[in-house]
Design a protein around this ligand. Sequence first.
Ligand code: PLP
Length: 421
Amino acid sequence: MSDAIDTAADARTPAETDAPKDLFSKFDPLIQEREALMATGVRDPFAIVMEKVTSPTRAVIKGKETILLGTYNYMGMTFDPDVIQAGKDALDTYGSGTTGSRVLNGTYQGHRECEEALKEFYGTTGAMVFSTGYQANLGVISTLAGRGDYVVIDADSHASIYDGCFLGDAEIVRFRHNSVEDLDKRLGRLPAEAQKLVVLEGVYSMLGDIAPLPDMVAAVRKHPNCMILVDEAHGMGFFGEHGRGVFEEQGVSDDIDFVVGTFSKSVGTVGGFCVSNHPKFEILRLVCRPYVFTASLPPSVVATAATSIRKLMHAGNKRAHLWENSRVLHGGLREMGYTLGTETPQSAIIAVILTDQTQAVATWQALLELGVYVNLARPPATPAGMFLLRCSLCAEHSREEVDVIVDAFRKAGQMSGALSD
Ligand SMILES: Cc1ncc(COP(=O)(O)O)c(C=O)c1O
């Protein structure tokens, strides 16, 4: 083989080589797409490193002080002094980890206290803490809905809801996103005697829109043998008088059988949970595989979660400020001509819809250079093949920071061509 041919072969990307097919071959189109994007000189949106985090709203990225607009730290609890102290105390008292499952050696006093805090927060008789919110959905959905049952889900459901369906043996029925009519129609086609679990989300995290829960509950109640689970991952802390979520704000608490949530957003740490008033709820601890067959959360984590949850019960001022931030950012972006995921500010998430990957990445990079970090979201995570810049606001963003963010979006849009002037 000549040198020239050797050199040409070396210049080809791994995905273009004549390497024999193996289990990685199915990723070749994605590898090629990423290589083409990186060849344009942009920074990898999925490989950002926070070198230092100085507050709920600030971090150092590539040596530059940056405003964080892409965390799910809605209530800014990650730097709360009481939360941090609780974690330190638990670390000193109980050590760094449980090294075991909740049903064997992995339930410490702190796990129970965290479940007590959740029961108080939600006013329910039952609460189960999982190691992540992903596992809470995986476990509860796959365990409740078994062979011969149906899980009825919104087409735009989070991956953990889909994966919960795939792990179980129930039939999966999808309805059009937020369509009460389609939900009603599909439930009407199912056998009346079959048991059904309808899974909804309070806030849909890609576009930041909320579910019309009262209408959905009314549609579900027309059909026999249905239970309703609402995932309030992005609604907890922010919606409703007690911060329970969209279901509380919309007045349907008595109609919801299960609430699933996470500690990785408003609570400001990591973990997941399910709460319920069902009298047989406790049995799930013995039959739910993603609860049984994994290690429990470290004591420091459950201590931070319990402290944060108790503080969120009295966080009315923070909620009001977060809504104000949402209104200011939504209004500012809309006024300068961006297409947004919702007509009005509906949650702490504001999604900016861009035309394609090139424009989305260029705007994302320009924002980063201007000192603002947002999340880039792309298919398959997004609905309808959209490319989005997802802004997640925090109750700790000051008005000045929101003004800086609005200004950065104006400049970034002009630099990338997303805005015409
Ligand atoms: C709607 C929804 N449910 C569940 C989860 C999973 O939460 P966790 O990060 O605790 O695994 C997420 C996380 O992004 C989510 O958006």
